[in-house]
Design a protein around this ligand. Structure first.
Ligand code: GUN
Ligand code: FE
Length: 426
């Protein structure tokens, strides 16, 4: 793979491991066959023969990871933001998602979603589609072609939804999932399937049981929603009186993390001690979605607590609960809401720093995809080249300062080059 072997020269910044930020002004990032060989202050002689792409004066950062986004909701983002979750789902989300039964509608809307994400700073995403097979395959085809890496889920819903957005039975939902999986088997190199029970109120026990069998047989990861909103959590308590917490309703069917079932749960705003202990034991990923949790008045997730507990965590845009796909925005939002939480709710949990938010949006969420989100040796080379000159840098800012300003100020158009697994997208 000659074209994914090169050196990038510029102002490099990444998380070396957990939360340690490493900056190298005027450094060299060596990418061989799509993987990092490390980032250096001076170029080791052994790499002297590789081509150098000179981006001096630009920031070189890892690609960002969106751990939770709904592709079919992109078309109505910014709408219904005065509602809380369950009313917002019924009023806007379910009727819009029902439209994806029509492949022509899906084609137009998904093309726009993928094209916009491609231009922005995200290189990877965990994506919810809808219950519809045809539209989900279209979305996967668009994503594959875009060069982005994504896990995509055909959504499962067999109860409590609208008549036009509900599968007939648990059996029908499971069969449709198997049909979808067989249809895409071996077709993509960058896009892979992820099992996607929407959330407990939309899925019967029988469906979860069948999804567990599919998960075991096909060795698939799982994504869903957890403890997002007060009304939702109370509803789950009524629906599942026998479990110890909301997460227990997934866990009862083996769909809540553990060694053989990598799982990412969006939100985790209202998790109690029992649930946090279970997430820790099962190493369930938290997709923290600060914009969505603000827009839908859900609350503020205790991300500091999750980090301190060693629960794996990343950031999600949760479009269209969130309005923007950029994970730079999610980083800024995560910092801001963590400050409000600290000031107004719980002074024992200190606010997130810019470096910690950057970690969440790169290596934190990236680890759900493997060695992703850092430039440490062996990591896959997802790379952004950012032109931050628009913000008025007059030479007195450190690379770390410039990263912080990028988190708060960047627009998609500031991403001037983007590589995924060492492949240049633009
Ligand atoms: N819970 C179940 N479905 C959804 C959804 O589409 N968005 C959000 N934010 N929460 C959900
Ligand atoms: Fe969501």
């Amino acid at each position: 793979m000659v074209d994914s072997t090169f050196i990038l020269k510029g102002d490099i910044c990444y998380c070396q491991d957990s939360r340690t930020l490493r900056t190298i002004p005027n450094g060299y990032l060596v990418c061989e066959a799509g993987r990092s060989q490390g980032a250096f202050e001076t170029l080791p002689d052994s790499y002297a023969s590789l081509p150098i792409l000179d981006y001096s004066g630009r920031l070189i950062l890892p690609g960002l990871v969106d751990l939770h986004v709904h592709a079919p909701q992109y078309a109505f983002r910014g709408l219904g933001m005065d509602l809380e979750l369950l009313d917002w789902l019924n009023t806007h989300t379910f009727p819009e998602e029902a439209r994806y039964q029509d492949p022509d509608y899906a084609k137009g809307a998904y093309a726009r979603f993928v094209s916009d994400v491609r231009q922005g700073p995200n290189t990877r995403a965990c994506v919810f589609a809808t219950i519809h097979e045809e539209a989900t395959v279209l979305l996967m085809e668009f994503l594959e072609k875009s060069g982005l890496v994504a896990m995509v889920g055909k959504v499962n819903m067999d109860r409590n939804s609208s008549a036009d957005l509900q599968e007939e039975s648990a059996e029908a939902s499971a069969l449709a999932t198997l049909h979808w999986l067989d249809r895409i088997e071996g077709r993509f190199s960058r896009v892979t399937p992820i099992l996607t029970p929407r959330f407990i109120p939309s899925c019967t026990d029988e469906l979860l049981d069948q999804l567990h069998a599919i998960q075991q047989k096909r060795k698939l990861p799982v994504q869903s929603h957890l403890s997002e909103n007060q009304g939702e959590v109370e509803w789950v308590r009524e629906l599942c009186p026998d479990v110890s917490c909301y997460g227990g309703a997934y866990d009862a069917f083996g769909l809540f993390g553990g060694k053989d079932c990598p799982t990412v749960m969006a939100h985790c705003v209202l998790c109690d001690e029992t649930e946090i202990a279970l997430m820790k034991a099962r190493q369930v990923y938290v997709a923290h979605c600060p914009a969505s949790n603000t827009n839908l008045s859900s609350g503020i997730a205790p991300v500091r607590r999750y980090l301190d507990e060693g629960i794996p965590a990343g950031l999600g845009s949760d479009v269209a609960g969130g309005t923007h796909c950029s994970i730079f925005r999610a980083m800024a939002d995560a910092i801001k809401v963590s400050k409000l939480r600290w000031r107004l709710v719980d002074q024992s949990l200190s606010p997130l720093s810019a470096a910690e938010a950057f970690y969440l949006g790169t290596a934190g969420g990236g680890s759900f995809f493997g060695k992703v989100g850092s430039f440490a040796k062996g990591y896959e080379c997802d790379i952004l080249v950012v032109d931050d000159s628009r913000y008025g840098s007059f030479g007195n800012f450190s690379v770390e300062d410039r990263l912080e300003r990028t988190i708060y100020l960047s627009e998609d158009s500031d991403i001037v080059h983007k590589f995924v697994r060492g492949m240049k997208l633009f």
